[in-house]
Design a protein around this ligand. Structure first.
Ligand SMILES: C[S@@+](CC[C@H](N)C(=O)[O-])C[C@H]1O[C@@H](n2cnc3c(N)ncnc32)[C@H](O)[C@@H]1O
Length: 263
């Protein structure tokens, strides 16, 4: 990718003046500033495209036990939590931002909680409460550093137990975060409003999450990757009237390797 991406740095620095370094505070600040959700809203990844829902349905129907509860880690404003009620006896959405969870509507089979999904023991505590569960995660591992990714994987292992299945879908942009921002319409003279909101709040640009990262975070030995491949995450148009964004992504269906042998 071009050296021109480095020309973004002054614009990014200007946009993020005063933003917190802590990602917990940055996400809270981001969600606090959101007024509108959905395809015409303020949230970049809230496109609600049928193709993504169809992919999720196909994977969960093929691989997940529908009798188990479902946990959506890093659920944001909860769009997927509501969609996941078709695939679980109950759904718990967890996000680190109270402002995000406050935007998630209620529903008979859904519960929302505020927690750091990388905090030690979270998976065990939830497992004590609900037993083996399926887990869904979209667009969250890509914003976490390596330590947090490992900590989330440990919580997922505890939650899945012997019977649960993880479905993950993460962006897998092949460049560095500056390349990603260029592809999202960032220019040295202007940041698209959807991107500006994130930078202004202090949220860091995502890092790729593809097959190498699946193997690092869910290594063979403790984990079995049942299926994985390239897909797309959809984003809302960067400018009014523009096209829906199709962001290169990677999906994986993963289980712990301590499952009882299949019948
Ligand atoms: C890109 S958004 C994706 C939201 C949602 N999964 C979706 O696809 O609509 C990432 C979300 O992860 C949450 N998040 C980031 N780090 C977290 C952490 N350590 N614990 C809990 N939530 C976290 C953020 O607050 C944000 O809502």
């Amino acid at each position: 990718m071009s050296w021109r991406k480095y020309l973004l740095i002054p614009r990014l620095t200007l946009a993020s003046i005063g933003a917190p370094r802590s990602q917990t505070r940055a996400w809270e600040r981001y969600w606090d500033g959101i007024s509108r959700l959905g395809p015409d809203g303020d949230v970049l990844w809230d496109a609600d495209e049928p193709a993504e829902a169809e992919m999720l349905a196909a994977m969960l129907s093929r691989h997940a036990d529908p009798g188990l509860p479902m946990v959506d880690l890093g659920c944001g404003s909860g769009r997927q939590v509501h969609a996941l009620t078709k695939f679980g006896s109950r759904v718990i959405g967890i996000d680190g931002s109270a402002a995000a969870v406050a935007r998630a509507g209620s529903g008979a089979a859904v519960v929302f909680r505020v927690a750091d999904i990388a905090s030690g023991g979270l998976g065990e505590r939830l497992h004590d409460e609900i037993g083996d569960a399926n887990v869904h995660i979209r667009g969250v591992l890509h914003v976490l550093d390596d330590d947090a990714r490992r900590a989330v994987a440990a919580n997922i292992a505890a939650l899945l137990g012997e019977r649960g299945t993880l479905y993950l879908c993460e962006t897998n942009h092949t460049g560095d975060p500056l390349d990603y921002l260029l592809d999202q319409g960032a220019r040295p003279t202007r940041l698209p409003p959807l991107v500006h909101r994130l930078i202004r709040a202090g949220v860091r640009a995502p890092r790729r999450f593809g097959p190498e990262e699946v193997a690092q975070v869910f290594p063979a030995g403790g984990w079995e990757t049942v299926e994985q491949g390239a897909t797309e995450v959809y984003g809302i148009p960067l400018e009014p009237g523009g096209p829906v964004q199709r962001i290169p992504a990677w999906y994986a269906v993963v289980r712990t390797s301590r499952r009882p042998s299949r019948r």
